[in-house]
Design a protein around this ligand. Structure first.
Ligand code: DGL
Length: 270
């Protein structure tokens, strides 16, 4: 369908979580043009059923596909762990599909740990996708996972960091004696500093953004789809499925500046 290195990359999440993956993409691949979709109307995905997540994410992926994207990045663990197979099947051989779990789960960084903790939404934890993937590559690892359902919605709604911190502490008190922690929800990437402080730097925070984007860059390059030169006048577009929430807009401005477009797209469900 006529994709080229100049085509945009489509990236999606339930809300602001994927923005940090998009930001890392801008850092590692500054010439890339991208279209972001935050399903703000249906956030939090972590509380939704598998069927719901599958149905909605297919709608968003199809929407981005029609925008002639050269690749799709599933910047949401809840979607990747519940709907990746479906999205891959639908777009097989049509477009490159990336997600935030697979590149991390196979990363050799796990060779240096004995026991790791995973915090994620209930939808991700119940799927057991992450643990299964990691264990497939690293049998020696002891993996402890806990659902942290309150976190994504309060991050999305821009709660004061002090209030968020006391909730974080309550959860992390249940996750002691670990070598490393996986923030298996892209929203939690906004809390890296707080989580590092909680463990006084003694627990390693796996750098999900860097690992994921490195893989995207390598694959695009391998497929001769990496944009090697700057393209001008191409500003990123940020779609939301509800009138743009104040905090979403604020985060976009902080991370990407003023040269961006905001649009709302409402799906017609039958
Ligand atoms: N950011 C999403 C994830 O990585 C989900 C947050 C939510 O909508 O519950 O799982």
């Amino acid at each position: 369908m006529g994709i080229s290195p100049l085509s945009p990359i489509g990236i999606f999440d339930s809300g602001i979580g994927g923005l940090l993956i998009a930001k890392e993409m801008k850092i590692q691949m500054p010439n890339e043009d991208f279209i972001y979709f935050g399903d703000t109307k249906n956030m939090p995905y972590g509380e939704k059923s598998k069927e719901f997540i599958r149905g909605n994410s297919i709608n968003i992926a199809s929407f981005l596909y029609k925008k002639k994207c050269k690749a799709l990045v599933i910047a949401c663990n809840s979607i990747a762990s519940n709907a990746l197979d479906l999205i891959q099947k639908k777009f097989h051989r049509k477009i490159l599909i990336f997600n935030v779990i697979d590149p991390v789960a196979k990363n050799t960084i796990f060779l240096s740990y004995k026991r790791i903790g995973i915090i994620a939404t209930p939808a991700t934890i119940h799927s057991n996708y992450y643990t299964k993937k990691i264990k497939k590559h690293y049998h020696h690892l002891d993996v402890v996972q806990i659902p942290t359902p309150l976190l994504a919605p309060i991050i999305e709604n821009g709660w004061e960091i002090k209030k968020i911190n006391s909730i974080v502490k309550n959860y992390l008190n249940r996750l002691r004696s670990i070598d490393a922690i996986l923030l298996a929800c892209t929203h939690y990437l906004f809390l890296k500093k707080e989580i590092e402080n909680f463990y006084h730097g003694e627990v390693h925070l796996i750098d999900i953004q860097k690992i994921v984007v490195k893989e995207i860059k390598e694959k695009l390059s391998e497929k001769k789809l990496l944009c090697l030169y700057p393209t001008y006048n191409k500003f990123p577009i940020f779609y939301t499925s509800s009138p743009i929430p104040f905090f979403f807009k604020k985060k976009v401005r902080i991370l990407f500046g003023k040269k961006v477009f905001f649009k709302t797209h409402i799906f017609n469900y039958v």
